[in-house]
Design a binder for this molecule. Structure first.
Ligand code: TRP
Length: 369
């Protein structure tokens, strides 16, 4: 059997791969969310972040709130702090432990419950990482090179040479997902190609190493696309940890005000909600609307001819107001680093038990034991 491409698989270009994957996953998401709500106990979610810096408002409205929603529904959840992924495109993983602990604080402050969600760093779970070896054997070098998200990251990389880990990290991410047999992965658009890798790895593994009793070792995880619209950073481009254009969840109220006051707008005085024609103004309107749980059109209407200054005053007030309890809780938790470290240790223990069991199963079907 050849690994690279089997007869049943088309080999579309990177662009069409993303487009098709996006379309199918988007429609699938509607059904998936419904299925989760109907039977939350039948699903397991894996999601995660790289520990590279504080989470910001884009994360909060894009993913953190959704995680808490899934938790409240009663879905079992694993949250990976992807520390090995940090060194895909930088020589040193700077302040890794500190960033990891800050992620935990962001999670807990938003409402993740460490008794229900397993929060762990993947470097602390050896069996998870060992899955990478059989998984890599199932993927061809040219497939790795075609991944559109990886290509994009290479284009924006701060390194002159591309590391091997950069090419293989989507497979590592497949291990993050499959070690705990998660069947649901909340994702943004940019992560869909990675989810395809995880699905491909799961399918090929199951085909190559059938279970004696006919059951498949791995589920084929589905992407749950976030319904939250994209927030722009203060410079009008995508809000991002690395671009210095984001309002951190943990920022104080003055910093929040300063950042929002510096946000780009346009010269039209009348405020409207028109994401296509007026992306910067609309993103600010949307931010206020998300904080106040209102429709953006309503927020824009209310500001009317007040211009950018009035808009920004509204947004600053809305953000600081909305985040006040989250930030207060975060500050409280941050005072007890021992507790935060304990959360990570407990999470790693639970993740280890699950990873060991999966690796045992993998080794058994592969005939390694
Ligand atoms: N790549 C993700 C990010 O940059 C983090 C991540 C690592 C992840 N492993 C994952 C996300 C598995 C979903 C599933 O934010």
């Amino acid at each position: 059997m050849t690994v690279a491409t089997t007869a049943t698989e088309a080999t579309p270009t990177a662009a069409t791969t993303t487009a098709t994957a996006t379309a199918t996953e988007a429609t699938a998401s509607v059904g998936l969310d419904e299925r989760i709500r109907r039977n939350p106990g039948a699903h397991r979610v894996l999601t995660g972040d790289r520990p590279t810096g504080p989470l910001h408002l884009g994360h909060y409205f894009g993913t953190l709130q959704n995680r808490v929603r899934l938790q409240r529904l009663g879905v079992e959840m694993f949250v990976v702090i992807a520390d090995y992924q940090v060194i895909t495109d930088r020589d040193i993983a700077d302040r890794l432990a500190e960033h990891a602990e800050n992620l935990v604080l962001d999670y807990l402050a938003t409402g993740l419950d460490p008794d229900r969600a397993t929060i762990f760093a993947h470097s602390a779970v050896p069996a998870l990482n060992q899955l990478l070896l059989p998984f890599l054997s199932l993927v061809s070098v040219s497939e790795l090179g075609r991944n559109p998200t990886v290509k994009d990251e290479i284009a924006h990389s701060r390194q002159s040479a591309v590391s091997g880990l950069m090419f293989t990290y989507p497979v590592h991410q497949a291990a993050d997902i499959l070690f705990c047999k998660a069947d649901v992965v909340p994702v943004g658009q940019d992560q869909l190609p990675h989810l395809e890798v995880a699905r491909t790895v799961a399918r090929r593994f199951n085909e190559r190493y059938p279970h004696p009793d006919g059951a498949a070792v791995f589920p084929r995880p589905e992407g749950l696309l976030s319904a939250a619209p994209l927030l722009l950073g203060t410079d009008g481009t995508k809000m991002s940890k690395s671009r210095g254009n984001a309002v951190a969840l943990a920022a104080d109220e003055d910093t929040t005000a300063r950042l929002i006051r510096s946000a780009r707008t346009d010269t039209e005085r009348r405020i409207s909600y028109d994401p296509v024609a007026r992306p910067e103004v609309s993103s600010l309107v949307l931010l206020a609307a998300l904080c106040q749980d209102r429709r953006p059109e309503e927020v824009a209407e209310e500001i009317g001819d007040g211009g950018a200054a009035a808009l920004k005053r509204t947004v600053i007030e809305a953000v600081n107001e909305h985040l006040r309890p989250v930030r207060a809780r975060r500050a409280e938790l941050a005072a007890d680093r021992g507790y935060v470290r304990q959360v990570l240790r407990d999470g790693a223990e639970r993740a280890k038990a699950v990873a060991d069991a999966t690796l045992d199963e993998v080794r058994a079907v592969m005939g390694s034991v």
